[in-house]
Design a binder for this molecule. Structure first.
Ligand SMILES: [Fe+2]
Length: 230
């Protein structure tokens, strides 16, 4: 009987492990065709893509390590320090991966200029801020703030209103449940090969000139179909 119990226990452990691993998605770095931008060099982008790939790799590795700890169905007391550290780091790496995908994904090789007259984003910015210019002043102002992080325009899924906000590093300042609409990286690595630290505003202008407003409208449209209440 004892042997049967052990066999069952081993079977359950293996099943749990297989299930946990199956639920762990392995991410692959996405490719972004952004060479030849005005004001953001290919050298900067190539370095930046490598950094992004590092976040993807770290996200996969941390997820795997956490899954290994969970494979026996519990977190032992002696595993708590490692488990805690891995889980805290996962927030940094995971957001680093996702924010970069939004960032590169909302840029275009063509100079995007400004949102079209009938753009959903333009209408949402006007309703949320009073005018597109005020939205822009706020977004640019956040981008110029001292510190390492991101300027983010996101949509409140309940009200449909847009909000600009600052994220420190990758994970501090995200508003829970809000949908990212426009993401701008203002870590120094995003522009320091092309501009002096004090010239961050020039990088911001170069970035805004290359925003793909069609992508922004598509994100808004997708988000509207997922609108929820709190
Ligand atoms: Fe970055």
């Amino acid at each position: 009987m004892h042997l049967i119990w052990d066999e069952r226990k081993v079977f359950d452990m293996v099943t749990t492990m297989a299930s946990t691993m199956a639920n762990s998605k392995v991410y692959k770095p996405k490719a972004f065709d952004l060479s030849g931008l005005t004001g953001i060099s290919d050298k900067t982008l190539e370095m930046h893509f490598k950094l992004y790939e590092g976040y993807v790799k770290a996200t996969n590795e941390l997820t795997e390590k956490i899954s290994a700890i969970l494979a026996d169905g519990k977190v032992d007391q002696e595993e708590m320090p490692a488990y805690s550290e891995l889980t805290r780091r996962l927030g940094f790496e995971y957001n680093g991966m996702v924010l970069h995908e939004y960032y590169f994904g909302n840029m275009t090789k063509k100079a995007g200029g400004v949102p079209a007259r009938d753009s959903s984003f333009k209408r949402a910015a006007e309703e949320s801020f009073g005018s597109l210019d005020i939205w822009r002043a706020d977004f640019v102002g956040i981008g110029k703030m001292r510190g390492v992080g991101w300027a983010v325009c996101s949509e409140d899924p309940t009200t449909g209103r847009l909000l600009n906000h600052w994220i420190t590093l990758h994970e501090t300042g995200n508003v829970a449940g809000f949908a990212p609409i426009l993401i701008m990286d203002v870590w120094e690595h995003a522009y320091l090969l092309d501009y002096k630290p004090a010239d961050r505003p020039k990088y911001i202008e170069a970035f805004l000139a290359h925003v793909d407003w069609n992508v922004i409208d598509a994100r808004l449209k997708r988000q509207s179909s997922l609108a929820t209440s709190r």
